[in-house]
Structure formats: structure tokens, C-alpha cells
Design a protein around this ligand. Structure first.
Ligand code: DSN
Length: 413
């Protein structure tokens, strides 16, 4: 019995989603396309198994095969990032961050983390989150040039005496000086944590600085540039291993999702291949081309440009809001997300900016030439945001281009 025969409502929606992914340009910087091997592991019978505990120390019988799978995921992740200890069980990035705080801190401790509108993440202390009610978050910002000013960070660290300094961002496009930040943490006796979710694939591919050997603890998701299944992971120094494992299970979670862990292991094998370095390098080259094309068209790039996979663009000088740009681009077959810019005077639901990136379109095989064409289409869609006919024309051109870069050739629901 196929899914189509048994549950056509779901099968048809999956097919429609597959068509959407195939026929559009996916430029949300936190999205990607996993390989068929990752997809196969994700949809495997490992989903049937309970395995609370860790390899060799489980609360359930019958875990001998699951142990092999989870240990492979751990060993491969250690090798990619040079980590002393890895926990592959976090269900995603937000739970990984909560478990990390629990492992390293006492409730009420002070954490110095980046402001959301400057590129930080909700889980780094935004007042709407649960963790902001448990810990005392103090938030730093980027400077007028859009960079992280280490002198300012040092002054804030001396003033607030944080137990933890937190870096790693979801809309920041520049390289991070982990050694410089570690130095400040040492001066004030703070622990260090990086959330490398957005850039883990670029680090794995040797294209960006690696915080793992320097920092106490690093969290990540596995589904962004790292191109694995939707999930999370914590990497840390051996001295934090016990606390991290206890914080994840039983502290925060129950049974690990071993089908996801199997898919993580497959993605990590891929990240260890030489081709992954080429992929990671191409992500950055493609983002750089977009940067040049947008600067040439008078777009206001936050942080002055990009060193990674993403661009944060203030579109208000083009006469529209981030939400309007997001909708216009959607109509043109290009998916981005509306996003706050530093100290945005507008609201989160209708901010000044859009955030876009290259991981998914690079996975499809698109390179410099396609980036130039795509930047032209984005500009055209933004200029013609109130012209449905023009947007439909761009959408038709987008569809033509995507046919040259097939996605999941054999797949059908
Ligand atoms: N939601 C993710 C992103 O899009 O950046 C971060 O958690």
C-alpha cells in the first residue's frame, strides 16, 4: 500500500510541496535540501525504537543496533569539528540551547548575548522566551559599522560580570573572532558558548573559523548549511560532558529520535567527504556575488556585506517594507524571509529588511552565473512589487531555470 493509495490528502500535499521546492528558488538562509541517503535514513524503521539513555547505557532493551547508529553519529561529528564530547540527541536548536544553559549555569546567572535585531536569536535572551525568565540576559549589539566591537563587549563583560558569553547568530553575516571573545571571557571568568547553527556547514567545510576547539560549548542545528535532517547537537569540552548529557536527558527530553540521529550520521559522513569543502566554498562565493550585485544596485546591506552564506538587506530605500518585499518575491517564485534590521523602527511582522542566502540554491548546483541572473530578478521583483504581471513573468523565468537544476529526480508521492 503506497501513501498515495492510503492517504491521498497527505500524499498530494507532499507532492505539491515537492513541486514547490523543485520549481522555486529557495533562498531562506536557514533552509537546505538533504540528500536522498539522508532522507532514507530519516524515513527508516529507527523511528520505532525507544532508547532513553546513551550508547551502552540505555533504559530499554534491544538497543544494540541503535547504539551503533548513535555512536557513529557522535564519532563523525567529533571528527568534523574536533570536539572532545558530542551529544546528538537535542531535538532541535532551541532545546539544544536550553540544555546548554542548564548544563553550564545556575538559574539567575547572567548571560551576555547578542540582541535579536542585530542578528542574534530568540533563544539568546529575547524577553518572549522561557529562558529569559530563568536567566538574566544582557544583550550587546553590533556597532555603527555593523561589526562586533570587542572593546565594547569587554566593557560590558566587566560591568555585568556574566557567567556566560554567548555568540553565534541567525542574521549576522560576518566572521566571528572566537579567540578574541575567549580572551575577554577569561578576563572576567566567564564560560563561552557559540551557537553555530547557521554556519556549521561552512565550518565543517573549512570556510569559516571553528569555535569548537576554543569555546567551552557549541550548539548547532543539523539542517541548515550542514545539510542534515531537522535536529540539534551540542559539542563541548570533556569537562562539561556529564552535565550536558544530564541536561539533555533526563533534564529536558525523553526518548531520542533515532531515525533523525541515523540521518544526522549520514549527513556527517557527507560533510567529511572532500566534495563538501567545495560545496561550502561555493555557498560563500555565491553569497559574495549576490553582495556585489546588490551593492551595484544601491541596496543597503546590513553589516556592510557578507563573509558567510547570508545577506540582510534593508529594502525601505526602495519604497517598500520587508513584508512587501517578501510577498513580492514569493509571487516571483523566490522564497526569502522578512527580517528585522539592527534597531529596526518597524515591527517584527512588518520589518524593514529581508534575509536571504545561498545554501539551498548552491546544493542544486547553481554558481556565479546563476547568482547574477537571480540578483537581477530579485531587484526586478522589488522594483515591480505592485505589478502582478511582472512578478508572474519572473516566476516563469525562475521555473525555467530550476529545470536545469533538478531536485530529487526519482521522487514521487
Ligand atoms: N528559524 C531559524 C532561522 O531561520 O534562522 C533560526 O532558528
Amino acid at each position: 500500500m503506497t501513501l498515495q493509495n492510503y492517504d491521498p490528502a497527505i500524499a498530494n500535499s507532499l507532492q505539491a510541496e515537492l513541486d514547490r521546492q523543485r520549481e522555486g528558488l529557495e533562498m531562506i538562509p536557514s533552509e537546505n535540501f538533504v540528500s536522498p541517503a539522508v532522507l532514507e535514513a530519516l524515513g527508516s524503521i529507527a523511528t520505532n525504537k525507544y532508547s532513553e539513555g546513551y550508547p551502552g547505557k540505555r533504559y530499554y532493551g534491544g538497543c544494540e543496533n541503535i547504539d551503533v547508529i548513535e555512536q557513529l553519529a557522535i564519532d563523525r561529528a567529533k571528527k568534523i569539528f574536533g570536539a572532545q564530547h558530542v551529544n546528538v540527541q537535542p531535538l532541535s536548536g532551541a532545546p539544544a540551547n536550553i540544555a546548554a544553559y542548564e548544563a553550564l549555569l545556575e538559574h539567575g546567572d547572567t548571560i551576555l548575548g547578542m540582541d535579536l535585531s542585530h542578528g542574534g536569536h530568540l533563544t539568546h535572551g529575547h524577553p518572549v522566551t522561557q529562558s529569559s525568565k530563568i536567566y538574566n540576559f544582557v544583550r550587546y549589539k553590533t556597532d555603527a559599522q555593523g561589526l562586533i566591537d570587542l572593546d565594547n563587549l569587554r566593557a560590558m563583560a566587566i560591568e555585568h560580570k556574566p557567567k556566560l558569553i554567548l555568540v553565534g547568530y541567525s542574521a549576522y553575516s560576518r566572521e566571528i573572532d572566537y579567540a578574541g571573545i575567549k580572551q575577554i571571557a577569561n578576563e572576567v571568568g566567564a564560560l563561552t558558548m557559540a551557537d553555530m547553527a547557521h554556519i556549521a556547514g561552512l565550518i565543517a567545510g573549512g570556510q569559516m573559523n571553528n569555535p569548537v576547539p576554543i569555546f567551552d560549548l557549541v550548539t548547532t542545528t543539523t539542517h541548515k548549511t550542514l545539510r542534515g535532517p531537522r535536529g540539534g547537537m551540542i559539542l563541548c569540552k570533556a569537562k562539561h560532558a556529564k552535565a550536558v548529557n544530564k541536561a539533555v536527558f533526563p533534564g529536558l527530553q525523553g526518548g531520542p529520535h533515532e531515525n533523525v540521529i541515523a540521518a544526522k550520521a549520514v549527513a556527517f559522513k557527507e560533510a567529511l567527504e572532500p566534495e563538501f569543502k567545495i560545496y561550502a566554498a561555493q555557498i560563500k562565493k555565491n553569497a559574495k556575488i549576490l553582495e556585489q550585485e546588490f551593492l551595484a544596485r544601491d541596496y543597503k546591506l546590513m553589516f556592510g556585506g557578507t563573509d558567510n552564506h547570508l545577506l540582510l538587506i534593508d529594502v525601505t530605500n526602495k519604497g517598500l517594507s520587508g513584508k512587501e518585499a517578501d510577498h513580492a518575491l514569493d509571487a516571483a517564485g523566490i522564497t526569502v524571509n522578512k527580517n528585522m534590521i539592527p534597531d529596526d523602527p518597524r515591527s517584527p511582522m512588518d520589518p524593514s529588511g529581508i534575509r536571504l542566502g545561498t545554501p539551498a540554491i548552491t546544493t542544486r548546483g547553481m554558481k556565479e552565473d546563476e547568482m547574477k541572473i537571480i540578483a537581477g530578478w530579485i531587484d526586478e521583483a522589488i522594483i515591480n512589487w505592485q505589478n502582478p504581471k511582472k512578478l508572474a513573468n519572473i516566476r516563469a523565468s525562475v521555473k525555467e531555470l530550476t529545470k536545469k537544476f533538478p531536485l530529487y529526480r526519482e521522487l514521487k508521492y
